[in-house]
Write a protein that binds this ligand. Structure first.
Ligand code: GLV
Ligand code: MN
Ligand code: MN
Length: 396
């Protein structure tokens, strides 16, 4: 299994799991590894203007069938989210080659850049840039936690940041894009059919908001309660408000990142940044959810004598995958189930421009974005076989 070859790349010694973020050392090592693997298979690899890698079987041209995923991870991420789709694509090429299949249409294996937004904050950055869902100026100005801009990181990785932006040339030739991905829930495992593979129906609307609470930095021991303007108080209220807002809904709201400044045990912070990830079945539902949480943040802020500033860092509407392609692939694979997901994917971004589908591989615990993320080897092999059949069908 090709995943074993990259198991040691970007392991996070402190938090566990992987730290592989757009254009960092681990990511560059993975990109070099992918290029080498693709070239070993006789695929011609090129890097597009946004840092996405394309490995071509056949001359790039109209009617191409693309597959792939991403190699970056969330902080402390698992081994399967992203890399499974990439290595399965390479393995599917091997399967088809072994069958002496000669594609009538070109096939591309794609690695999208910075899918998780783990470094620059915007998920699916490579596919958003390619489709125009984020403008190049906005993207160039994104900064990582150390203050390095995307423009600087891209330049250091050998890209020309002036070329970032919408890439009609890359997308207009695609007949379709199919992303294989580990399932990030337990729906498949809980189905009585016991099938290892499913197709995707839809993705929740989702976005990220940064709430900056400002108060007065001060001494933890000498500042009386009445004199405190502690931004950690409204920040914590907001975390709890996010959980309360979910009652009776099928929405999701999460605070996975909270950074106090300056960050000292004996220091009342002067400011606290809170990143809210919110998801719901539709844009109105998502907006309502976020409005409710932000109203609670403002109220708690005022009560503590603090100020709060809210910025939307990314947003994507709900996605319904191409129904005809979905049904065609489900039928081809023997009537596998069709499942919705709450996770974002490059396939969801591409769906605005190209007929797009996804294959999910069973995850026995449903855990994802954590080191315990898992798929059994037999299920991964079933995923490769399914993807090979899909590529054979679509590229014939
Ligand atoms: C990515 O996996 C996301 O859903 O945020
Ligand atoms: Mn992910
Ligand atoms: Mn992913």
């Amino acid at each position: 299994m090709l995943l074993a070859e990259i198991a040691d790349v970007g392991t996070d010694r402190f938090r566990g799991g992987y730290a592989r973020h757009g254009f960092d050392r681990a990511d560059l090592q993975l990109r070099a590894w992918f290029t080498e693997q693709a070239e070993r298979r006789g695929l011609a690899v090129y890097t597009d203007r946004n840092g996405n890698l394309w490995a071509w079987w056949g001359e790039p041209g109209p009617g191409a069938v693309a597959t792939g995923s991403h190699l970056d991870s969330v902080p402390g991420g698992g081994a399967f989210d992203g890399p499974l789709g990439v290595v399965s694509a390479l393995a599917a090429v091997d399967v088809l080659r072994a069958r002496d299949f000669v594609p009538a249409r070109p096939i591309a294996v794609v690695v999208f850049a910075e899918e998780e937004g783990g470094r620059f904050g915007v998920p699916c950055l490579g596919s958003r840039l390619a489709t125009g869902a984020i403008g190049p100026d906005t993207a160039r100005g994104l900064r990582d936690p150390d203050g390095v801009s995307l423009a600087e990181a891209a330049r250091a990785a050998g890209l020309n940041p002036a070329h970032l932006g919408r890439d009609d040339a890359a997308l207009s030739g695609l007949r379709c894009f199919v992303e294989l991905h580990v399932e990030q829930g337990r729906q498949l495992d809980l189905l009585p059919e016991r099938t290892p593979v499913a197709v995707a129906t839809s993705i929740l609307a989702h976005g990220r908001w940064r709430l900056t609470f400002r108060g007065q930095g001060n001494h933890a021991g000498t500042t009386a309660v009445a004199d405190r303007r502690d931004p950690m108080i409204p920040a914590s209220s907001t975390v709890l408000a996010a959980r309360r807002a979910l009652a009776g809904t099928d929405a999701r709201a999460t605070v996975g990142r909270l950074v106090p400044t300056p960050g000292g045990t004996n220091v009342i912070p002067s400011s606290v940044d809170v990143w809210l990830d919110a998801r719901a079945p539709s844009t109105p539902d998502t907006r309502k959810l976020v409005d409710e949480i932000v109203a609670a943040a403002r109220e708690a802020s005022a009560a503590e004598g603090c100020a709060v500033e809210v910025r939307e860092e990314s947003y994507g509407d709900a996605v319904t995958f191409d129904a005809a392609l979905r049904d065609e692939l489900a039928g081809l694979l023997g009537g596998v189930p069709a499942l919705p997901t709450g996770a974002g994917h490059d396939a969801g971004i591409l769906a605005a421009r190209v007929p797009t589908a996804m294959l999910f591989v069973r995850n026995p615990t449903g855990v994802s974005h954590a080191p315990e993320e898992h798929a059994e080897p037999d299920d991964c092999a079933a995923g490769v076989a399914a993807l090979a059949s899909v590529l054979e069908h679509l590229a014939s």
